[in-house]
Design a binder for this molecule. Sequence first.
Ligand code: C2E
Ligand code: MG
Ligand code: MG
Ligand code: MG
Length: 290
Amino acid sequence: RLVPAGVVAGAGMAAAMLLLVRRQASLAAALRAALRHDEFFLLYQPVVDLRSGCWVGVEALLRWRRATGELIGPDLFIPIAEQTGTIARLTERVLQLVEQDMRHFLAIRPAFHVALNLSPSDLHSDAIVGLFDAMFARGSVKAANLIVEITERGTLDLGAAQPVIGALRERGIGVAIDDFGTGYAGLSYLESLRVDFLKIDRSFIEAIGTCAPTNQVVGHIIAMATAMELAMVAEGIETLAQADYLRERGVQLAQGWMFGKPQHRDDVVAALAAMAATDASPAGTPVAEG
Ligand code: C2E
Ligand code: MG
Ligand code: MG
Ligand code: MG
């Protein structure tokens, strides 16, 4: 060997890093182009009251439809947007779409809410507060119609986020901790952040009634949220047994394929109109996503 192994490894590493950086740069460019070409849209998953089965709101879930027709889910592009700094513009687009679509929902159901997902970096500056204030000034959507979901995954800078979250709550926007129980932060979040809802992650719902080692965890999360007087939203309900378990233990709200898949705005409008007409909810009739 003429070249020491360490040098070869170092050179290979640098090349790999360079490839990674180039790939990220091109993905970031693709995301910016997609914003210009209006390739993003929202699907809405119903949030139901577990006692009545009625829809109380929806969660907005972002989708990217490429010019090729290919549909890309947020698990693929949100992390890239977060790593490359494109996320702020993506979040701004989500707010525009929510405002536009909410007008249709609120025309039928004035007390309806939409929950939207924010990335940690969205909460590190008060720019987001300005976007909401501008939305409220235009008048069609009110703070009471909005919930922001803050994921417990990833790295939230609590010091920077606290005043921003405080400003959102001051305006009457609801705040939910998403994916609760999966992050490293856990209880320390709840000690230092005042929030309104805990969203119990789907992984704990899946374990209900099974022999999975985590099958008891959901019971502890519910007991803790109850003690802290936090409302709960369970995500990923697929079976009646899961819904029964949660309702019996006092969980108020739920989402999942059992109640409805993420669906297009016009399908939500049609469902709300049908409910208004019959004054009953078609809970348990899932609508295909797409
Ligand atoms: P999340 O906020 O925890 O959303 C729940 C995910 O579970 C959604 O996946 C939803 O389609 C899926 N889901 C709902 N019910 C069921 C069920 O019964 N069974 C199963 N197997 N899955 C169910 P989706 O839409 O792919 O979103 C993935 C994640 O991407 C979201 O997780 C959220 O963290 C993030 N995300 C989505 N939209 C946005 C956005 O506009 N901005 C940001 N920053 N993140 C977003
Ligand atoms: Mg969410
Ligand atoms: Mg969630
Ligand atoms: Mg989740």
